[in-house]
Design a protein around this ligand. Structure first.
Ligand SMILES: [Zn+2]
Length: 74
């Protein structure tokens, strides 16, 4: 599937802050460590934000439930 890049920074600042805070890191096995360098993209109809774990710098991905936002974006 093609990965379509989106602009994370178009989101509300509050929403951005939430997504940067609410993470799951597979390496640390911990939630909410936070991420840096967020990149938002769409893959296979799903929106996700990929960034780096603040603690270990591994890649962390947050999938966004997009049920009520689909219409706005089309
Ligand atoms: Zn980590």
């Amino acid at each position: 599937m093609e990965k379509i890049e989106r602009d994370f920074y178009l989101r509300d600042p509050e929403e951005q802050a939430d997504f940067l805070q609410q993470t799951w890191c597979n390496e640390c096995q911990q939630v909410d460590l936070g991420m840096t360098d967020p990149v938002e993209y769409e893959l296979d109809g799903k929106i996700a934000i990929e960034g780096k774990c603040k603690k270990c710098k591994s890649t962390v991905t947050t999938e966004i439930a997009s049920e009520d936002e689909d219409d706005v974006w089309q």
